[in-house]
Ligand binder design. Structure first.
Ligand code: GLU
Length: 486
């Protein structure tokens, strides 16, 4: 048998910013496509126009690009099976819905929302599984004409035959759904708009998708999708292969949810996580290359990824681990890469405007903070002392430079550094060590703490002597003198 050419799709409904779960799915879809030499399709499921906005669609496209998950077919890049926005494919869904009606796989249902609710209430009271009771399954032409004359606009419902749907999920093994619990479902609303189950299944068939890797929240819709494939004339062996990925849980073992701000990828981006770190972390969340490891590159992921190695139990999200990986990825950046990642953060927080002179100073300063940060958003706070025009000592630190011991430290520092000619971090350090530690007998933390506050304005800064070298002699001495006047 000829090898099938793998086609996988990532098909979000952007009703908000993409979240951790979506991105883990996208990453696995992408990795599977790359591993198999297949095609990665990006499709936007935007038929729910009340919840999906253009802004969220644009953001989803931007997020996927930012993560480096290049798609082979989809928005902006096109492809032979487009368009890739469902809102541009409505005619196709109508065509198939009509065909299902003609084939008697589907039927018009005129039940109103109130009637359905009343009957559901009765089902609940009788302890019967809730769901459509088949009332409109076999309407005569006359009955249909009467309903239409009453001005009712029907939905189109798929007929679910008695029996079971059984399929093999690549992660969960064989699964079987009894149709008693899969009632006839709506394909098209009264206003003619398609529902998810129709659109997703039609598109997966028309786009020749071979593998569907997606979140397990969609597992229950799989028998309905299979029903649509059947109505489209597909044979069992032509169905895509399903793999439902386990949930990503929060640290408290509750499901990560949109309500939690730390779910949205936009949040991680703003907080200064690198895309490689997010992908690295999410890749190893629920999947393993077969050995215990914390770091993986995108290239290794594409080489090693197989669905068999996806863990079938839920994965637990661990922010500390992600931060540690982010720190590793930051340290692995070249100075120029680190500079490019840093500049937007420094500009956004108004630490620099972006002049050549400022950029040169940032470039010189970055190596001293590269070891110390776990998120890019820490950079402005770390480097602002180099750029502030109106320097001041942070309110909460003032008392730490105004007591008499600190004043003495600062006076000695000034005396020691004023004549210093060679303004390098090692000579500054040597001078201050001999004066403050050896001669005054102070503990380094106490002595250098005061100097740090005087020159950087804060108790948190990059290494002191390197900071002083970068800041320059004139500015350091000015700041120490002015701290003495506080
Ligand atoms: N559009 C669906 C969602 O975002 C996913 C479709 C699918 O992967 O089957 O929930």
């Amino acid at each position: 048998m000829a090898e099938i050419k793998v086609r996988v799709r990532f098909a979000p409904s952007p009703t908000g910013d993409l979240h951790v779960g979506n991105i883990r799915t996208a990453l696995f879809d992408w990795a599977y496509a790359r591993h198999t030499g297949g095609t990665f399709i990006f499709r936007i499921e935007d038929t729910d126009t009340t919840r999906v906005t253009d802004e969220y669609i644009t953001a989803a496209i931007d997020t996927l690009r930012w993560l480096g998950l290049q798609w082979d077919e989809g928005p902006e890049v096109g492809g032979n099976f487009g368009p890739y926005l469902q809102s541009q494919r409505l005619d196709l869904y109508s065509h198939w819905a009509q065909k299902f009606l003609d084939q008697k796989d589907a039927y018009y249902c005129f039940c109103t929302a109130e009637e359905l609710e009343a009957r559901r209430e009765a089902q609940r009271a009788a302890n019967v599984a809730p769901g459509y009771d088949g009332q409109c399954r076999n309407l005569s032409d006359d009955q249909i004409a009467t309903f239409r004359a009453q001005g009712r606009s029907p939905v189109i419902r798929m007929r679910m035959p008695d029996g079971h749907t059984t399929f093999v999920d690549q992660i969960r093994g064989e699964l079987s759904f009894d149709h008693k619990f899969v009632p006839d479902f709506v394909l098209v609303r009264g206003d003619g708009s398609p529902l998810y189950t129709l659109a997703v299944a039609v598109d997966d068939v028309l786009m020749k998708v071979t593998h569907i890797l997606r979140g397990e929240d969609l597992l229950s819709s799989t028998p309905r999708q299979i029903r649509v494939y059947q109505a489209m004339g597909l044979k069992d062996e032509e169905f895509p292969t399903f793999a439902h990925l386990p949930f990503v849980m929060g640290q408290d073992n509750a499901k990560l949810s949109k309500r939690n701000g730390e779910v949205s990828i936009a949040w991680y981006r703003e907080a200064g996580f690198l895309p490689e770190a997010i992908c690295n972390y999410l890749a190893l969340l629920g999947w393993s290359p077969g050995e215990d490891r914390e770091n993986i590159t995108m290239k290794e992921l594409t080489e090693l990824f197989t669905v068999e190695r996806v863990n079938s139990s839920p994965a637990r999200f661990d922010m500390k681990k992600l931060e540690a990986i982010n720190g590793d990825k930051i340290r692995a950046l070249s100075v120029e890469e680190f500079l490019n990642w840093s500049l937007p953060f420094l500009k956004k927080s108004d630490v620099i405007t972006g002049t050549d002179e400022e950029i040169a100073l940032v470039r010189a300063a970055l190596p001293i903070i590269q070891e110390r940060i776990t998120k890019l958003s820490e950079i402005p706070g770390m480097l602002k002392f180099l750029f502030v025009k109106d320097f001041y000592v942070e309110l909460e630190s003032i008392s730490k430079v105004t007591d008499s011991d600190s004043k003495e430290v600062l006076r000695r520092t000034l005396d020691e550094l004023t004549p210093l000619r060679d303004w390098t971090h090692s000579s500054i350090e040597a001078a201050l060590r001999s004066s403050l530690i050896e001669r005054m007998g102070l503990k380094p933390r106490v002595a250098f703490g005061s100097v740090r506050i005087a020159v950087t304005g804060s108790t948190v800064s990059p290494p002191l002597f390197e900071s002083m070298e970068l800041l320059g002699k004139k500015v350091c001495l000015e700041r120490i003198s002015s701290a003495l006047t506080l």
